[in-house]
Design a protein around this ligand. Structure first.
Ligand SMILES: [Zn+2]
Length: 173
């Protein structure tokens, strides 16, 4: 038998066409406790049941206030019903904050990359090449290591030059 080909069935049809235009993807779940699935997110379950075993333990039902997805599983004994409204609200809050931080740090990373890229461009325009840098370092070192007497001579020469320039300025030559 040839299998039929179905079109996609998005969970949030209202977001279709919106996500792909966003530069930074940010979640648009109504409920951050279960990501609109009705069952509490695994990483959040582990905040309350640290040794939770995904393969052996019951799925945990989301009891978050106004979470319609969770309503489908409530009162079903095949699911873990122990999470209270308060627990799910707290998990929702924490997950929201985590996402906020994630998106913010992602945004900063992008900003830094842009800043680095433009800095590299401007460095190429005006900074010394590494060869020029070596010559400059060499000059600085030889100046630092110079014999003090020679330095004095050099300074005397400089002063003489200054004097000459001054006299030239006043028309004495
Ligand atoms: Zn929920």
């Amino acid at each position: 038998m040839t299998l039929p080909q179905f079109p996609r069935e998005p969970v949030r049809p209202d977001l279709e066409g919106v996500e792909k235009d966003r530069e930074l993807w940010t979640p648009r779940w109504k409920c951050f406790c279960c990501h609109d699935s009705g069952l509490v997110n695994l990483s959040l379950i582990k905040l309350v049941i640290p040794d939770y075993n995904l393969h052996r333990d019951k799925f945990v039902v989301c009891q978050n206030r106004h979470c319609e997805a969770g309503a489908d599983y409530r009162h079903d004994p095949n699911y873990d019903q122990r999470f209270t409204v308060g627990i799910c609200m707290e998990l929702d809050k924490r997950n929201r904050e985590d996402w906020h931080r994630t998106v913010e740090s992602h945004f900063k990373t992008i900003q830094n990359r842009v800043a680095d890229a433009s800095r590299k461009v401007s460095l190429r325009k005006c900074d010394r090449t590494s060869d020029e840098e070596l010559v400059a370092i060499g000059r600085h070192e030889s100046a630092c290591n110079a014999d003090p007497e020679k330095l004095e001579e050099a300074e005397a020469d400089l002063e003489l030059e200054d004097e000459c320039e001054e006299k030239a300025y006043h028309g004495e030559f």
